[in-house]
Write a protein that binds this ligand. Structure first.
Ligand code: B12
Length: 221
């Protein structure tokens, strides 16, 4: 595929998300797949890139909840198609994670992009969905013996649940690593809440998870 064609498809995916057009998103994704485009790039630059613009429009009150929901619908229309074609060749470390969005919070786009990237690189993701009660995370970690629990919070109100949850998880299994992320999370939140690490996007989350797992397996953590 030529560079121009790749850029054209990325732009069409971005615009389909920004202008909330699920049918256009689906069509662009279908063309991308048929022409063997890099599904990872299409997802991160096209879909997540488009959602960045939507975030700005939401923050500046140009878009409200109804438009934004349609943007999410457009993103999912393409992501569902692209997902099986995403290939991530990052390292050789692969583990298991429990992933979910904190209680009271329905923002799951970021969480689902993370899931797609982790699964594409061979990780097992136990996805609890969104608006997840605290004790569900604890139960799922114990049930699956996952190495890492990944918590997503997009609102300051749901973020506070993390502070309560981390001791609940560590009490049952002190070795479990906790990765937190989402719009309101900073490095300060990580240290204040007793988490292990954060990352600002899905590719960086994967890098951090690999680093932690590698250290865990070498007995360094
Ligand atoms: C889309 C959106 C919605 C959609 C959600 C659709 C869906 N299915 O997810 C809808 C319309 C439903 C919605 C509703 C609401 N929203 Co809203 N929403 C957004 C918006 C515009 C974009 C978020 C998004 O999807 N971004 C795109 C994705 C791809 O990026 P991401 O989520 O940031 O995820 C990436 C990283 O953060 C990171 N990451 C995410 N999770 C994790 C987890 C881990 C472990 C790691 C390592 C990394 C990581 O990796 C991801 C992928 O690269 C943000 C604005 C913003 N600035 O973020 C507001 C925003 C989050 N919403 C907000 C609000 C207030 C609301 C509502 C209360 C509005 C209302 N009046 O009803 C409701 C709340 C509903 C609820 N109870 O949860 C506020 C929160 C403010 C705050 N500080 O608490 C924001 C910040 C907007 C604002 N500036 O006011 N919203």
């Amino acid at each position: 595929m030529t560079n121009e064609r790749e850029q054209e498809l990325i732009k069409r995916l971005q615009e389909a998300v920004i202008n909330y057009k699920p049918a256009d998103a689906k069509k662009a994704a279908e063309e991308a797949i048929a022409e063997g485009a890099d599904a990872y790039k299409m997802t991160m630059e096209g879909l997540a890139g488009g959602m960045e613009v939507v975030s700005e429009k939401f923050d500046t009150h140009e878009y409200f909840v109804p438009e934004t929901l349609l943007c999410a619908k457009a993103l999912y229309a393409a992501l569902d198609l692209l997902k099986p074609f995403i290939k991530v060749q990052e390292g050789t470390v692969r583990g298991q994670v429990v992933l979910g969005v904190m209680q009271g919070d329905v923002h799951d786009l970021g969480k689902n992009i993370i899931k797609a990237i982790f699964e594409a690189s061979g990780w097992t993701v136990h996805d609890l969905g969104r608006d997840v009660p605290l004790k569900k995370f604890v139960e799922e970690q114990m049930k699956t013996d996952s190495d890492i629990v990944m918590l997503s919070a997009m609102m300051t109100t749901s973020m506070v649940g993390i502070k309560k949850l981390i001791p609940m998880i560590k009490e049952k299994n002190p070795k479990v690593k906790i990765m937190i992320g989402g719009a309101p999370i900073t490095d300060k939140t990580v240290s204040e809440y007793g988490a292990d690490v954060t990352a600002d996007n899905a590719p960086n989350a994967l890098k951090e998870a690999m680093k932690m797992l590698d250290a865990l397996r070498k007995g360094k953590m």
